[in-house]
Design a protein around this ligand. Sequence first.
Ligand code: AHM
Ligand code: MG
Length: 336
Amino acid sequence: MPHKISLTRYLVEQQRMDGHIPSELRLLLEVVARACKTISQAVNKGALGGVLGTAGSENVQGEVQKKLDIIANEVLIEANEWGGHLAAMASEEMDGIYLVPNRYPQGEYLLLFDPLDGSSNIDVNVSIGTIFSVLKKPDDDRGVEAADFLQAGNRQVAAGYCVYGPQTTLVLTVGDGVAMFTLDREQGSFVLTQENVQVPPDTQEFAINMSNMRHWAPPVKRYVDECLAGKTGPRGKDFNMRWVASMVADVHRILTRGGVFLYPWDAREPTKPGKLRLMYEANPMGWLIEQAGGAASNGQMRILDIQPTQLHERVSVMLGSKNEVQRLVSYHAEEE
Ligand code: AHM
Ligand code: MG
């Protein structure tokens, strides 16, 4: 039987092969993966663990927090604060940044996460996940400030997500392609199950919340109308549609079999650029998709090139199969 390659071995080999994962970053990724295992256990217990339902609080975006949102946030903080690899953390569930307490050594990395993405699916037993992004802190002796997190996505040094579905799967990039690891519950470890993940450039599947159709901008409406017109329409082929309402699950499907995911700006809240958050949702997912040969745009520019101005900044998201994203960008350009 071929040897199983654990996440630990994969990271050690990456470190040895090209030296582009420093040992501190390797430690950080292992700790994040360990936290994801703990979150996976809590998710699995569901009602038996008393983890379902709302927590009775709201996050900085005014969204009602679920118990699991808060549990996952705490698990990630507790796992990461003492190892000496981090300087600070930021999360969808915390207003400001979390500085590593003085009693622990300070590292050179910054960790951002959406601890439990797809919160509306927690109580109904549909796939949810954790999304994370790793940046380096500026190279000076100052204490870390929130402004130090405001780096474009093209400066990420690692990004990934863990999807808690029928299987628990960790998907990772350190800038050298995308690898997938499945949690082996008997062994308690993540095992490499796919390397060099590729998103096909063309697709016949799109993902968008159709209930917002009347609020979309004309280029998005045009794109979806043309998909819906099928074989006899301008695209000359039929399209299928999927919408899990967990970005992790929708992106995981796209990394597995292609497709395009859209959560565009819409007129419900015209002053906001979109629903999803740039720094801990769109940037890590955008980088993973690009590393797998796909594309990620807000309709006007590459998501990874957006210079953030706020920690919880929102963004319009179009990502997946390259030719579909390029088509969406061209429709936006024509509109302008
Ligand atoms: P969350 O981070 O609060 O869970 O919100 C993000 C989620 C995404 O996972 C998903 O793509 C989107 O919200 C679904 O939104 P909607 O319910 O409007 O379809
Ligand atoms: Mg989210």
